[in-house]
Write a protein that binds this ligand. Structure first.
Ligand code: FE
Ligand code: FE
Ligand code: ZN
Length: 277
């Protein structure tokens, strides 16, 4: 069974997120651990979490992919912003322990003119500060489109970050199809080679989750604007090949397409129809 879901609203707690997911035919989901702009997180409600763990088991929901606030910048030139990113992520990882065995995805960040080498070192510093050897969450670096001074649009950059992290058994990668297309990888014409390159540079064992998005822009545009499935430059056929690709078998696929609930239900149906296994 294809493991697929979308980025739920998350405002009503864990059980509400589970319900949102089953209502559209999903069996995994993504959510922001706090306000996307990085404010204070609501305290964890243990009863809600416990009820959710039961609900998830009943409805075969797993491999959930939490997303850090997208405004955090682990490699800002401003030290205050780097410290803020570090403290926020450390707190998020404590919260993630209430739902052990899942994923915490983050954007590596933008080096804001410091250069790629400094950016990579600062991202690794943050990971070394927040990852604990006994944690039960895998932290995922998201592949980026290379907009502005974004780090992580080349597989080599992700590899260099992982190489500098001590507890690297708690580190993986979330591949965003819109982002790697916008970064220049040929998702449409030769996804096989993209996966071969990922394996060679990073290692397929690191690949833990997929953000399944179409793109409004051409390959290598470095724009990062998501489109609905089949309505962008990647297209339905290429995305259908991706959910069926042997290298991605069993991974959670998260839709981050511009949709309302009905739109997500439709896209989950479309991808399930495309899935041949
Ligand atoms: Fe993201
Ligand atoms: Fe994404
Ligand atoms: Zn994006």
């Amino acid at each position: 069974m294809l493991r697929i879901g979308y980025h739920v609203s998350g405002s009503g707690g864990y059980v509400a997120m589970g319900r949102e997911t089953t209502e559209v035919g999903g069996n995994t989901f993504a959510f922001f651990t706090r306000n996307p702009r990085g404010g204070q997180a609501k305290p964890i409600d243990r009863d809600d979490v416990n009820a959710f763990i039961g609900y998830a088991a009943e409805h075969d929901i797993n491999n959930i992919v939490a997303h850090s606030a997208y405004t955090l910048n682990p490699c800002s030139a401003d030290e205050k912003l780097r410290v803020f990113a570090r403290n926020t992520m450390a707190d998020d990882l404590v919260r993630m322990e209430y739902t052990p065995g899942n994923y915490y995805n983050f954007h590596p960040g933008s080096h804001t003119g410091q250069g790629i080498d400094v950016g990579i070192a600062q991202i690794a510093d943050l990971l070394n500060a927040v990852i604990r050897p006994d944690q039960h969450t895998t932290v995922l670096l998201e592949t980026m489109s290379g907009k502005g001074s974004e780090v992580g649009s080349r597989f080599e950059e992700i590899r260099r970050i992982i190489d500098m992290v001590g507890c690297d058994d708690h580190v993986g990668v979330c591949l965003d199809t819109c982002h790697i297309w916008d970064a220049g990888y040929d998702v449409v014409g030769d996804f096989d080679s993209v996966m071969t390159e990922f394996d060679k540079v990073i290692g397929l064992n690191r690949l833990k989750a997929i953000h399944l998005n179409d793109s409004m822009n051409d390959r290598a545009s470095h724009k990062d604007r998501h489109a609905k499935i089949g309505e962008g430059r990647i297209g339905y056929d290429a995305l259908a090949r991706i959910v069926n690709h042997a290298a991605l078998h069993g991974l959670p696929f998260i839709l981050e397409t511009p949709n309302d609930t009905d739109g997500y239900r439709k896209e989950i149906e479309m991808m399930r129809a495309a899935y041949r296994n």
